[in-house]
Design a binder for this molecule. Sequence first.
Ligand code: ADP
Length: 451
Amino acid sequence: MNPVYRSTLASIAFAAAGAFVVGLIAGAAMGWAALAGALLLHVVYHARHLARLARWAADPVAGNVPEGKGIWDEVLALVHRFERAAERRELELAEALARFRRAAQALPDGVIILDGDGRIEWCNDNAAALLALDATADVGQPILNLVREPAFRDYLNSREQHAPVLITRGHGLTLALQIIPYGQEQKLLLCRDVTRAERVETMRRDFVANVSHELRTPLTVLVGFLETVRELKLDPQRVRDYLGMMDEQASRMQRIIDDLLALSTLEAAPPPPPEQVRVAPLLARLKADASALSAGRHSVTLDGEPKADLLGSERELASAFGNLVSNAIRYTPAGGKVTLVWRDGPEGASFTVEDTGVGIAAEHIPRLTERFYRVDRSRSRETGGTGLGLAIVKHALARHQAALEIDSRPGAGSRFTVRFPAQRLAHVSQNARQPHHEAGESDHQRERGDQ
Ligand code: ADP
């Protein structure tokens, strides 16, 4: 039998027995009065305990369960045990929630929990930073009041939420937002910064379009000449002229492809182990190449006594310097001056190519190293440019921790300076101390001359 019933029945039986004894001794009236008194005491005893229990239950504080006597001791001990278990469960739940929030905070993406009406229930710090939300004050706010881009509004109201929607915010930030429904009407809103990926994707698209365009132009000309030669009866001199022009277009395509391959090697392949590059012969070779390209139309001078060698890839450095020198000749009208300057010291070294050519307007300067960016398309083409020279320079220099500075004014000429940090310099090797060959005579020329 339930202990409460047992105890209550025992109390009543005890009171009845007592009242019966009183009745025998003092008469029936006294016996009934004793029974009534005993029962009243019994009721008051239980009512007091019930009132204390009700008071505690109205505002239950763990560990403050009231104490009782007799059967109430047992009942309240049970309540106490139940209360302890509930408290433990609550703690476990709070810990699980805290663990979940810590995990959601650690996610690299923004996470927002929305209720069925699209109001914010919770968001992590990344979401707050990306969408400019206040993780505390904005709880309960409709997300559409805070993210007002029409594309997001349409997306949130549509049924097509499988793929993320892209929105652009201030400072060129591009965000991908995706809704993931879960639970009952609840939604998870994931938010990712895709600015870089989008920029890379745009660059990739532009690059493919540019390459196609650059190659298609000479190819169209080439095909046109081929058709003419095949279909018309031309005299041999005309055919030779056409073949010459076809050769020009084929060489242009060849140059573009060579430059593209050079660029892709610079981007994809790891830098070769650094070698000690002798600067003096490199400069002499550059000067000789410049004179050859100029064919006497410019005055080319070399200034500088290299006291240090460069540490890096001779091929890449020669290609970067060569592009600067060739640009100086190609963008300087006949009669102009091109000067190559080398300076080195304890704090580093610099190589400068200065010309008195057409110059560049300030707005173009930051974009010159972009692939296929040209200030004057026709001039670049006329002089055999591919639009990739300075992109090659930029990549080759980055692999040597070197910086490129461009200083130019339209009509006043240009100065391109490459700066190397001190750790890219080495003491001049024994070989390099041997007398330099004459400026203007390249190693290749010397080798050829020696043979
Ligand atoms: P390109 O093959 O067209 O010369 P580059 O990448 O070498 O391509 O140069 C990009 C553009 O920068 C050129 O088209 C030209 O407009 C400009 N540029 C480069 N060097 C000079 C220079 N020394 N003087 C004037 N403009 C220059």
